[in-house]
Ligand binder design. Structure first.
Ligand SMILES: *Cc1c(COP(=O)(O)O)cnc(C)c1O
Length: 398
């Protein structure tokens, strides 16, 4: 754990290095340490481990960070998206436009409520929906659009909001990867009807598993809190705190989508590190981009003109006619001890969507088939980056 390859680049505790063999470069490692461990231990020792005061504090801090009025913590981004679609009262007969180029949960949540996901293509530069790609597939049954900030590249939400307002559609932001990304200097999710966030370890900050909904609408916030807790009119934490007997009632069929106080304790520490994490990811991404400028035929993801990404995923798209295919590139990287990943999946090509049907999605299929995600994590060293780039340079024939 003490060689130059695993030396901490920014003073992180080395707990993370235990995950990988010393010589292997992982694709992503959450930046967790003593502080998170102590916060989790404090929650355990407090005797209150289910949803309670730490969840409430995490919700307030998170909502403030993204500039939303209300935060509703839940068990994952997938459950957050499910509740968002319930809040919009979507169901059978309704269509929701989603990118196929996304983790499959984006499409699946539409099916949870009995509505139909309609796949739209994305633009090559950002991997995101645009007003034009949505316009190409919307129908009179379309009720909402689920826009992803893919890999932490912000979608052009101002253009999408304006178009959706014209068309009478609700715009929900799948900001699973988006914490720390900005549009026009403001956090993604700022001003959103509903935005859903993930704290899975593959994302920028983590609580192990976990998610959040943010909204400015007090009525929705009230209903979402109820829906995540069995439809109860009063939360278990409130009942406990009141000191008087309160008999709860169940106003509608809800779910158990709660986050625990142990997770929220970790989340509060992670949120405090967010700026440092994003700064580090952006610096590493900029260095990759500089090094890759000398490798012919590889186009890296970059900031769009209207905003800044957090580089939750740093992907490169090989030019058509690159000397080796994507899977060979991944194999060459693996042989050199580098864990890279295929690019973002195309949901419409998965067996779960066989026979579902969609418009042609050429950009989605090209990005999904050819792109790859390079390792990028908080404690990554320059020497590790150099090793990754050396393999790519060799494969490019340079
Ligand atoms: C990871 C991810 C999800 C799912 O998040 P969970 O917290 O794991 O449920 C949803 N949408 C996108 C775009 C994601 O990247």
């Amino acid at each position: 754990m003490s060689g130059p390859e695993t030396a901490s680049a920014a003073g992180a505790v080395p707990a993370v290095a235990a995950v990988a063999a010393p010589d292997r470069i992982p694709v992503m490692v959450p930046w967790l340490g003593e502080e998170e461990a102590e916060a989790a231990a404090d929650a355990v020792l407090s005797g209150w481990v289910a949803q309670g005061p730490r969840v409430a504090e995490f919700e307030r801090a998170f909502a403030e960070r993204v500039g939303a009025e209300h935060g509703i913590a839940v068990s994952s981004c997938t459950t957050a998206l499910h509740l968002a679609l319930i809040a919009l009262e979507l169901g059978p007969g309704d269509e929701v436009v989603v990118p196929s180029l996304s983790f499959i949960a984006t499409a699946n949540v539409v099916r949870y409520v009995g509505a139909r996901p309609v796949f739209a293509d994305v633009e090559e530069a950002t991997g995101n929906l645009t007003a034009a790609t949505v316009d190409a597939v919307r129908t009179p049954r379309t009720k909402a659009v689920l826009a992803v900030h893919q890999g932490g590249v912000p979608a052009d939400v101002h253009a999408l909001r304006a178009a959706c307002a014209d068309w009478g559609l609700a715009l929900v932001e799948d900001a699973a990867c988006g914490i720390g990304a900005t549009v026009g200097g403001k956090s993604v999710g700022h001003g959103a009807l509903l935005a859903a966030w993930s704290f899975h370890p593959r994302k920028v900050i983590t609580t192990g598993e976990g998610g959040m909904l943010t909204t400015d609408d007090a009525e929705w916030a009230r209903r979402l809190r109820r829906l995540r807790e069995h439809g109860m009119n009063v939360s278990a934490a409130e009942r406990h705190a009141s000191g008087k007997p309160i008999v709860e009632s169940y106003l509608e069929v809800g779910y158990n989508y709660r986050m625990t106080d142990i997770q929220a304790a970790v989340g509060l520490v992670q949120l405090g590190k967010l700026d440092e994490i994003v700064t580090r990811r952006r610096a590493l991404a900029a260095r990759y981009t500089e090094l890759l400028a000398e490798v012919p035929g590889l186009t890296p993801v970059r900031d769009p003109g209207y905003g800044q990404g957090n580089f939750q995923s740093y992907w490169v798209l090989p030019a058509e006619g690159f000397p080796v295919g994507r899977d060979e590139l991944l194999a060459a990287l693996a042989a050199a001890g580098v864990s890279a990943r295929r690019g973002i999946m195309a949901s419409h090509l998965e067996p779960a969507y066989a026979g579902h049907g969609s418009a042609p999605l050429p950009v989605t299929e090209r990005i999904s088939r050819d792109s790859l995600i390079l390792p990028l994590f908080h404690t990554m060293t320059e020497a590790q980056q150099d090793r990754v780039v050396a393999v790519l340079r060799e494969q490019a024939g340079g």
